[in-house]
Design a protein around this ligand. Structure first.
Ligand SMILES: *[C@@H]1O[C@H](CO)[C@@H](O)[C@H](O)[C@H]1NC(C)=O
Ligand SMILES: *[C@@H]1O[C@H](CO)[C@@H](O)[C@H](O)[C@H]1NC(C)=O
Ligand SMILES: *[C@@H]1O[C@H](CO)[C@@H](O)[C@H](O)[C@H]1NC(C)=O
Ligand SMILES: *[C@@H]1O[C@H](CO)[C@@H](O)[C@H](O)[C@H]1NC(C)=O
Ligand SMILES: *[C@@H]1O[C@H](CO)[C@@H](O)[C@H](O)[C@H]1NC(C)=O
Ligand SMILES: *[C@@H]1O[C@H](CO)[C@@H](O)[C@H](O)[C@H]1NC(C)=O
Ligand SMILES: *[C@@H]1O[C@H](CO)[C@@H](O)[C@H](O)[C@H]1NC(C)=O
Length: 378
C-alpha cells in the first residue's frame, strides 16, 4: 500500500510539482482487475499499490478520469461503468450505461472538463453510434443523445474541443473524421461534417490542440499523423494535407505497423495552458519480434502547429494491441506507455538538448496480463 505521506501528497494535489510521487490507474484488455500504480520520479520506480477487483468482468479496454479526478469511467463489454475513487485509491462501483446488443464493444471514453461534464463513449463496431451520457456529481447517469454516423462507420476514438462544444470522431472502419456539435444547455448533438480520409488511412485516435486551431489525427493503417486545421466557431476541419510518418522514414513495410495513439503533453508547468510543448504518438508493430515506435513532435507556442519531428524511437517491445502513450500531469517531459505483448507499463522521460532531443525509459513494471491504457491522477 501507499504510504500515508504519499497519499497526502495526492490529496494535496492541484497541479503542483512538490511531490515526488505520482499515481496512475491502468486498465487491462481482459479480466476484472484495474491496478493503481505509484511512480516516484526521484527514485525512478514504478510499483503496484492497489490491485482492484472491479465489476468490469470483461476487461477495461479504455479508462478515463473525470476533470475532478474523483471518478473513473471504464469501458467493458456491453457497458460503460462509473466508479468513484476513494482516498486510498480504491474504486467503488457506482453505475453503468448499458450498450445496445449490436454495439457492445465499449472501446473509448472521453469526459468533458466543462459544465455539465458530459461524457462521450464509443462502441467500436460497424454502424454503431457514440453516446452522450449525463453525469450527476461525477456519476454516469443516462445516455441522452447519440452521435450518428453512417452504415460504414466504426468509430475508434473521440476528442472534444477545448470548450467541449464539438466532438471529433475517428472513424477507423469508414475511413473518415466526423464533427458533431454539442449544445450544453439543450443537450442537442448534431452532425456538422464528415471528411473522408486518404485511401487506406483509417483514422484511429485524434487530439484537439487546446488553442482550438488544430486537430491531429492518427492514420492507423498508414502509420502517420495528419494535421487538420480547425475553425473555432463552426468546429469544421480542413485537411492541411500534411502528414508525418510514425515509423522510420527508410521503412517500406508500412503494413507491418499499426499506429495507435496521439496525445498532447499537459502544459500545467510551462505557464501557458494553451501551449503544450509536445505531441506524443505511439505505434505498434504487428510482429512481436519487432519493436513499435514512439514519435514526439515539437509544437509552435503560438499557432500550435507541428514545428518539427523531434525523434522516432523504438519501444521496448512491439506494443501488442497497446503502445498507448499517456502524458503525465506533473511534467511535460514524462509519459507512460502500455505494452500488451510483453505485458508491462513503462514511464519514459524526454530529454531536450540544444542540438537534438531524445527519450528513454526511466521505470519499467512487468504485469501478468496486457494493460490497455493508463491515466495519471497527478
Ligand atoms: C491482481 O490480482 C489478480 C487476482 O485477482 C491476479 O491474477 C493478478 O496477477 C494481480 N495483478 C497484479 C498486477 O498484481
Ligand atoms: C449494470 O447495471 C444494472 C442495473 O443497475 C445491473 O443490474 C448490472 O449488474 C450492471 N452490470 C454491469 C456489468 O455493470
Ligand atoms: C442488429 O444487427 C442485425 C444485423 O445487421 C439487424 O438485423 C438487427 O436489427 C440489429 N439489432 C438491433 C437491436 O439493432
Ligand atoms: C455551458 O457551458 C458554459 C461555458 O462553459 C457554462 O458557463 C454553462 O454553465 C454551461 N451550461 C450548462 C447548462 O451547464
Ligand atoms: C488538400 O488536397 C486536396 C485534394 O488534392 C485539395 O482539394 C485541397 O485543396 C488540399 N488542401 C489544402 C489545404 O491544400
Ligand atoms: C520493417 O522493415 C525494417 C527495415 O527493413 C525492419 O528493420 C523491421 O524489422 C521491419 N518490421 C517488421 C515489423 O517486420
Ligand atoms: C544529441 O546530443 C547529444 C548531447 O548533445 C550528443 O551526445 C549526441 O551525439 C547527439 N545525437 C545526435 C544523433 O546528433
Amino acid at each position: 500500500m501507499a504510504t500515508k505521506s504519499s497519499l497526502l501528497c495526492l490529496l494535496a494535489f492541484s497541479g503542483n510539482v512538490l511531490c515526488d510521487t505520482h499515481y496512475l490507474f491502468s486498465g487491462f484488455f481482459s479480466g476484472d482487475n484495474i491496478v493503481a500504480l505509484e511512480f516516484d520520479d526521484t527514485a525512478s520506480t514504478l510499483s503496484v499499490i492497489n490491485n482492484i477487483t472491479t465489476d468490469a468482468s470483461e476487461g477495461s479496454k479504455w479508462i478515463a478520469l473525470d476533470g475532478s479526478n474523483e471518478n473513473l469511467y471504464v469501458a467493458t463489454t456491453g457497458y460503460i461503468q462509473s466508479y468513484s475513487i476513494t482516498s486510498d485509491l480504491d474504486l467503488q462501483y457506482q453505475s453503468n450505461i448499458s450498450l445496445s446488443s449490436n454495439c457492445t464493444n465499449a472501446n473509448f471514453i472521453v469526459a468533458s472538463t466543462a459544465e455539465p461534464f458530459t461524457v462521450f463513449g464509443a462502441p467500436y463496431s460497424t454502424g454503431c453510434s457514440s453516446l452522450a451520457i449525463s453525469v450527476d456529481s461525477g456519476v454516469l447517469d443516462t445516455s441522452f443523445a447519440s452521435l450518428e454516423y453512417d452504415s460504414t462507420a466504426g468509430v475508434h476514438g473521440l476528442a472534444l474541443s477545448p470548450a467541449s462544444d464539438f466532438v471529433y470522431s475517428a472513424d477507423d472502419m469508414g475511413n473518415a473524421v466526423w464533427v458533431h456539435s454539442y449544445d450544453n444547455s439543450s443537450g442537442a448533438v448534431e452532425e456538422v461534417q464528415r471528411l473522408s480520409a486518404p485511401t487506406g488511412a483509417n483514422p484511429r485516435h485524434l487530439a484537439v490542440h487546446p488553442n482550438g486551431l488544430f486537430v491531429f489525427v492518427v492514420y492507423e493503417e498508414l502509420s502517420e499523423i495528419a494535421v487538420y486545421s480547425r475553425d473555432i466557431a463552426s468546429g469544421e476541419l480542413i485537411s492541411t494535407n500534411t502528414t508525418y510518418s510514425l515509423i522510420p522514414p527508410t521503412f517500406t513495410n508500412t503494413s507491418s505497423y499499426w499506429a495507435d495513439e496521439v496525445l498532447l503533453s499537459v502544459p500545467n508547468t510551462n505557464g501557458n495552458a494553451k501551449s503544450p510543448k509536445y505531441l506524443i504518438c505511439g505505434t505498434r508493430s504487428h510482429e512481436t519480434s519487432a519493436p513499435g515506435y514512439v514519435a514526439v513532435f515539437s509544437l509552435d507556442s503560438v499557432t500550435g502547429n507541428i514545428v518539427d519531428q523531434l525523434f522516432i524511437l523504438p519501444t521496448t517491445s512491439s506494443g501488442g494491441s497497446a503502445n498507448a502513450v499517456s502524458p503525465s500531469k506533473f511534467s511535460e517531459d514524462y509519459f507512460a506507455i502500455t505494452d500488451s505483448a510483453s505485458n508491462f507499463v513503462e514511464v519514459w522521460k524526454i530529454e531536450t538538448g540544444a542540438a537534438n532531443s531524445t527519450a528513454s525509459t526511466v521505470a519499467h513494471l512487468d504485469l501478468d496480463t496486457g494493460p490497455a491504457n493508463v491515466v495519471w491522477l497527478n
